[in-house]
Design a protein around this ligand. Structure first.
Ligand code: EPU
Length: 343
């Protein structure tokens, strides 16, 4: 009997899979890993399904969900704490809890959908902050080549823009159980994004007087205004990554479009490259607010593709392909999905 994945993907796609399994502890994860190793079936770990797209109507394999809860303080000094978090915790609940406890550093990542395990896998980021900066280690279980518990220390996690070892070498072999984060007891707001500073200014709050609670509240407001609520309109946040291109290419585009926005690249990128907002490219190709069948481009933030009610995975892919084609044609830039395609 196929298992419905409708409630396991924020795109609201009516896909099915062969079966669904959850683990609530490291012990259960080890047992499940042994079953997966012995079966010849494919398997896919998911969090809240907020960054994937079921392309085919049926996924021939098992969906595996980390349901481990808990936030424990493992180390504490005058300045810092190290917390160990079950990978099944809802990410934003963790941010809220940490701000309440006076453990700072995650405020800018408020209201990002999904769970802690997935956050560590895909190195979630927003407003100049990335979770990888705070990760101390990731605990989990190898399914292959043989079942064993393991801890991956931060230096081995290979964190980069929306990327980690868990999306590459450890893909399809490792299940996350817990994530350890180092947080500060001294609040230093990260205000690199103009949108945040102007939102605070609108409330009469200067960068010197902002509290962590107010910063979190402002980021929640900005996100709620700009990003569609998946409970109402199916979506998976940013659909594409922001492309990193040679400066020379950006210069040649700027000759024609003086308003081209450019941002510095993550520190691990080679020199001579800049990041261009995919949203701008999509808008310039005329896709903002447009639809292709039942799949749409959000009118406020064109980086977000939406299921306008009845879309299948194939409908969303058709729209994504059309956008990629047009951006390539007009700007010679390839957009790469941030959302993971599952077929
Ligand atoms: N822009 C346009 N037209 C628009 C909207 C935006 O041209 O209609 C341009 C503007 O130049 C704007 C720039 O895009 O300044 C950047 O927009 P924004 O600050 O909204 O961020 P983003 O680059 O589109 C990234 C992340 C988001 C994260 C925001 C805020 C990626 C793929 N996306 O989006 O993450 O919330 O920054 O930091 O890096 C997600 O991963 O799902 C996600 C929402």
């Amino acid at each position: 009997m196929p298992y419905s994945l409708y409630h396991h993907n924020t795109f609201g796609i009516h896909a099915t899979c062969d079966g669904f399994a959850e683990y609530h502890s490291q012990e259960e994860c080890l047992q499940l890993a042994e079953q997966l190793r012995q079966s010849q079936q494919a398997w896919l770990p998911i969090g809240r399904g907020s960054n994937l797209l079921f392309v085919a109507p049926h996924y021939a394999g098992y969906i595996v969900h980390n349901a481990i809860k808990g936030i424990e303080c493992m180390e504490e000094s005058n300045d810092e704490v190290v917390v160990r978090i079950g990978g099944g915790e809802i990410w934003d609940n963790v941010v809220e809890h940490c701000v309440e406890q006076g453990w700072y550093g995650l405020e800018n990542l408020s209201l990002i959908p999904g769970e802690v395990g997935a956050a560590a896998v895909q190195n979630i980021g927003a407003y100049g902050e990335e979770v990888g900066i705070h990760i101390v280690r990731v605990e989990g279980v190898y399914v292959l080549p043989e079942v064993k518990a393991a801890t991956i220390e931060r230096d081995a996690c290979q964190y980069a823009y929306r990327s980690s070892i868990f999306k590459h070498d450890l893909k399809d072999v490792f299940l996350v159980t817990h994530v350890w984060l180092r947080l500060s007891k001294n609040f230093v707001p990260k205000l690199t994004h103009k949108a945040i500073v102007s939102r605070l200014a609108g409330k009469g709050i200067t960068p010197q007087e902002v509290t962590a609670t107010e910063l979190r509240r402002s980021i929640i407001e900005i996100r709620q205004e700009k990003l569609p609520d998946p409970e109402v309109t199916g979506n998976a946040g940013s659909f594409f990554m922001n492309p990193v291109v040679p400066e020379a290419l950006a210069d040649s585009i700027r000759a024609q479009y003086p308003d081209l926005p450019c941002y510095p690249c993550p520190s691990d990128t080679e020199e001579g490259y800049v990041k261009i907002p995919a949203a701008w490219l999509i808008e310039k190709c005329g896709w903002k607010g447009k639809s292709l069948g039942p799949a749409g481009v959000n009118p406020l933030q064109p980086l977000v593709l939406t299921n306008n009610g009845t879309a299948t995975g194939a409908d969303i892919v058709a729209l994504a392909n059309a956008i990629q084609h047009d951006v390539k044609q007009k700007f010679s830039i390839e957009l790469h999905p941030e959302v993971r395609y599952i077929s």
